[in-house]
Design a protein around this ligand. Structure first.
Ligand SMILES: *Cc1c(COP(=O)(O)O)cnc(C)c1O
Length: 423
């Protein structure tokens, strides 16, 4: 056993000022490969590192920081609740949790809400509820779940198995059964799965725009086919809007844009603008099957998380903010086409609202991480989605001039990437 006195960490201070980036390799499990910059603080669309350099943030913590960093109204909402009480568990309910659920019902199709902490947990709840609903209204045989190639639904064993990237779900022993995958945006494949499975179909889980899988929007025909097949076979349609929700698409939720209403919708990422919170939304008819004891979470409905999420929804669900998402989206897409005319690097620019993907052309395929590194070096934070897509998810309230600045930085980043790639 280690001598407790050797557990003293030399050089650590309560404010972390002595902590350096190289600690990552020393004390963290190696499942992430963070960039070399170490953030110090942020404000709006900008983030500073511990060396005092500033970056324009087009990554938004993976489509999470929807109102940028340190938004004053969100800080106030958090501090106000932090001074009252932090936690009561679900042995008690709380005003912030009830207010958040009420808002989500008022703003969407939902009649019932389950609160959790992360996207994975919201999807885990959605899939368990779909199974429970089928068992209660039909029988145990009705358990087959349809999901899609390249989908991403989280990292718990059930949700990672629903995801369509076997590399993420393999190597952990037996997987939960009763999950099939067919190609995304392929209505024929969906119809043929339903005709094989018949009444054993329990649910379909789908992202209205695949995020991690490469920023691929669903076609309206595909989504309508899902709704139609689910209706014919008494299966539930689950929209995973964890990345596309809370204004990201220019609509509060993307189902509004698609004109197809799901039975269950999951939302997380931007819901707390960086404070961990997630929710599963559903109808009364489906939701009532989640009876006392059937599911739960210690931290789900955390009062601070819910207070922040209420404020975030009030700030995001406005015509002005959602209009800004659409306008900045057009500005970025136009700007990227301009960059592409000069440099010819992308074969496709796609996405929805302020979730955009730039797919590298064949000459540079597989090099998205190198382009990302060039962006960081120039002072622009971005993301990748797979090995060939640069993904952008700036704050939804980003200004026109900040957007222009970001496009300028991207132009220079692409230039630097090409210099390095061709040398
Ligand atoms: C990020 C994400 C998840 C997982 O959310 P976590 O909070 O990381 O558990 C699930 N589905 C989609 C579409 C996501 O983008």
């Amino acid at each position: 056993m280690q001598n407790p006195s050797t557990n003293q960490v030399s050089g650590s201070t309560s404010d972390g000022s002595q902590v350096t980036r190289d600690w990552h390799e020393q004390v963290m499990t190696p499942n992430y490969a963070p960039m070399s910059m170490l953030p110090s603080h942020g404000s709006g669309s900008r983030l500073w590192d511990t060396d005092g350099r500033d970056y324009l943030d087009f990554a938004g913590g993976i489509a999470v920081s929807a109102l940028g960093h340190a938004h004053p109204a969100l800080v106030s909402a958090l501090m106000e609740q932090a001074r009252k009480f932090w936690h009561v568990s679900n042995v008690l309910t709380s005003q912030p949790a009830l207010a958040l659920a009420r808002r989500l019902c008022d703003m969407t199709f939902a009649e019932k809400v389950f609160l959790a902490n992360s996207g994975s947990e919201a999807n885990e709840a959605a899939l368990k509820l779909a199974r429970r609903y089928a068992v209660n209204t039909a029988d145990e045989d009705k358990h087959e779940i349809l999901a899609f190639d390249n989908a991403f639904h989280g990292r718990t064993l059930f949700t990672v198995s629903a995801g369509g990237q076997p590399a993420y779900s393999s190597g952990f022993g037996p997987k939960p059964g009763g999950i099939s995958h067919v190609p995304y945006n392929d209505p024929d494949a969906v119809r043929s799965w339903f005709s094989d499975i018949g009444e054993r179909a329990c649910a379909v889980i789908v992202e209205p725009c695949q995020g991690e899988g490469g920023v691929t929007p669903a076609t309206t025909e595909f989504i309508r086919t899902l709704r139609d097949c689910c209706d014919r076979h008494n299966a539930l349609l689950v929209f995973d809007e964890i990345q596309t929700g809370v204004g990201r698409s220019g609509y509060l939720y993307t189902y509004e844009k698609l004109g197809v209403v799901p039975d269950i919708l999951t939302t997380a990422k931007a819901l707390g603008c960086g404070f961990p919170v997630s929710a599963m939304l559903t109808t009364d008819e489906v939701g009532r099957h989640l009876v006392v004891g059937a599911h739960g979470s210690t931290f789900g409905g955390n009062p601070m998380a819910c207070a922040v999420a209420c404020k975030a929804l009030d700030l995001i669900n406005t015509e002005e903010l959602l209009g800004n998402v659409k306008a900045r989206s057009r500005q970025i897409v136009d700007g990227i086409h301009g960059i592409n005319r000069r440099h010819d690097v992308f074969r496709d620019v796609r996405g929805t609202g302020l979730l955009l993907g730039c797919e590298l052309n064949d000459r540079h395929s597989g090099r998205a991480r190198d382009l990302l590194t060039a962006c960081t070096d120039i002072g622009l934070l971005a993301l990748v989605a797979g090995s060939s897509v640069l993904r952008l998810a700036p704050p939804l309230n980003i200004s026109e001039s900040e957007t222009r600045e970001g496009l300028d930085l991207l132009d220079r980043s692409v230039g630097r990437f090409l210099e390095r790639d061709e040398s």
